[in-house]
Design a protein around this ligand. Structure first.
Ligand code: UDP
Length: 402
């Protein structure tokens, strides 16, 4: 993987921001920060850490990234927690809680040794707080999920562990919870130079489409990229598409893979395939975890992109679509409302029927799509690209390092 330098981002982010990062880096030189999550592949947190950690290092920090290991039982449990955090009904057994705590025990070596700050990403590593002991580090829980709808049996199991930390970071101010610790708000970002988001040459574009069997010509494409997860509502996307297809010539591509820490992906993929069965205008693409260029090219191929999530922490797939100046239809879930400003940077739809209606509006109105796409890209450039995110991190670290 190509590693980019801070200066490589100057053209996109502007030199003032890069200078600000370097100045903050001077103040934070040698600050030792350890990130811990639970997978090396798949999902938004991995996407962020892959790009963020090397840039933190270049800025002068001693940044590290460790992955908590666990067996199938642990990941079944944490997926239940994930669903419960998103307000879905869950069935948590005593055995599951034991497997969660056992994984923390098994991984406690991760938090031994010196660090100025330990960052626990999402709920999987929260059990490590049991080993905080005499640790001199500051502990930070970074919740990448919208926690507002968390079911009590999950929230009240996790909250006391979160409360062992000094700081909780949520993506958005409206996600603040009643926790006895400092709360801070920091939305994530995309890396505009990564294979997922960089410009693509015409040759690459053609090659990739050929490889994945997508026609570069032909009817307009509607696309949703997401893990096969019920909360991304892939079935709702198909239902909306079927309504659109009754009136317009178009295709649907549902592209996604799974994450190592998401054991439900295969079952959801089967449900999606069953719903799409017999409809030659729907393509369900199961992608490898490193299919970054493929996602980039698919997003560029699409005429309209949809993100029909029922719940969403932030929704980096929407950020990626906007960065490619694509017209986007999205539900007002979690972070999507901050990205898709209705009528300015995309269109908001609440139901299957509304989604169909908005998709048709965009298919019929290329000029509107261009306008929304252009303002969407600029909105992302100002707020949700990696250098902005790194600057926000470093501002937070200057407060912690005091
Ligand atoms: N992603 C991917 N392959 C897939 C599906 C998703 O690389 O098959 C990426 C996607 O491009 C985005 C991230 O994983 O960068 C998903 O982040 P998001 O915030 O949209 O959702 P999450 O999966 O974290 O719920």
């Amino acid at each position: 993987m190509t590693r980019f330098k801070l200066q490589d981002y100057e053209g996109i982010a502007g030199s003032a921001l890069i200078e600000e990062i370097r100045n903050l880096g001077e103040k934070l030189k040698g600050f030792n920060i350890l990130h811990i999550n639970s997978t090396l592949v798949g999902g938004g947190v991995v996407e962020i850490l892959n790009s963020l950690v090397p840039l933190m290092q270049e800025a002068g920090l001693l940044a590290r990234w460790e992955v908590l290991e666990g067996g199938p039982e642990f990941f079944n449990t944490t997926k239940q927690f994930h669903n419960g955090m998103h307000g879905q009904p869950v069935n948590i057994t005593g055995e599951m809680l034991k497997s969660y705590l056992a994984a923390a025990q098994q991984n406690h070596h991760l938090v031994e040794g010196h660090a100025d700050l330990i960052v626990l990403h999402d709920q999987q590593p929260l059990g490590l707080t049991a080993f905080r002991g005499e640790s001199e580090a500051c502990w930070l829980w970074y919740c990448h999920i919208d926690p507002r709808y968390a079911v009590p049996e999950v929230w009240y199991f996790l909250a006391p562990m979160a409360a062992v930390c000094d700081v909780a970071v949520f993506h958005l101010p409206e996600y603040a919870r009643d926790l006895p610790l400092l709360q801070y708000f920091m939305p994530p970002a995309i890396d505009p130079l990564s294979d997922k988001n960089r410009d693509v040459s015409p040759k690459e574009y053609e090659e990739v489409l050929k490889r994945i069997g997508v026609d570069p010509e032909g009817p307009p494409v509607i696309l949703q990229v997401s893990r096969f997860d019920r909360l991304k509502d892939p079935i709702g996307v198909i239902q909306a598409f079927k309504l659109v297809r009754k009136n317009r010539e178009c295709r649907l591509i549902l592209a996604g893979g799974s994450a190592d820490d998401d054991p439900e992906g295969a079952a959801v993929l089967e449900e999606v395939r069953a719903e799409a069965e017999g409809n030659s205008d729907i393509m369900v693409l199961s992608l490898a975890p490193d299919a970054n260029l493929e996602i980039n090219v698919l997003q560029r191929r699409a005429e309209v992109i949809i993100q029909k999530s029922l719940r969403e922490g932030f929704g980096l797939t929407a950020t990626e679509a906007l960065w490619k100046a694509k017209p986007l239809v999205a539900t007002p879930a979690g972070g999507l409302v901050h990205q898709v400003l209705d009528g300015k940077t995309g269109l908001i739809a609440r139901t299957v029927e509304e989604a169909a209606e908005k998709l048709i509006t965009l298919l019929d109105n290329e000029e509107l799509g261009k306008f929304l796409g252009a303002t969407g890209r600029e909105h992302v450039r100002q707020n949700y690209i990696l250098p902005v995110y790194l600057r926000n991190w470093m501002k937070l670290l200057t407060m912690i390092a005091r």
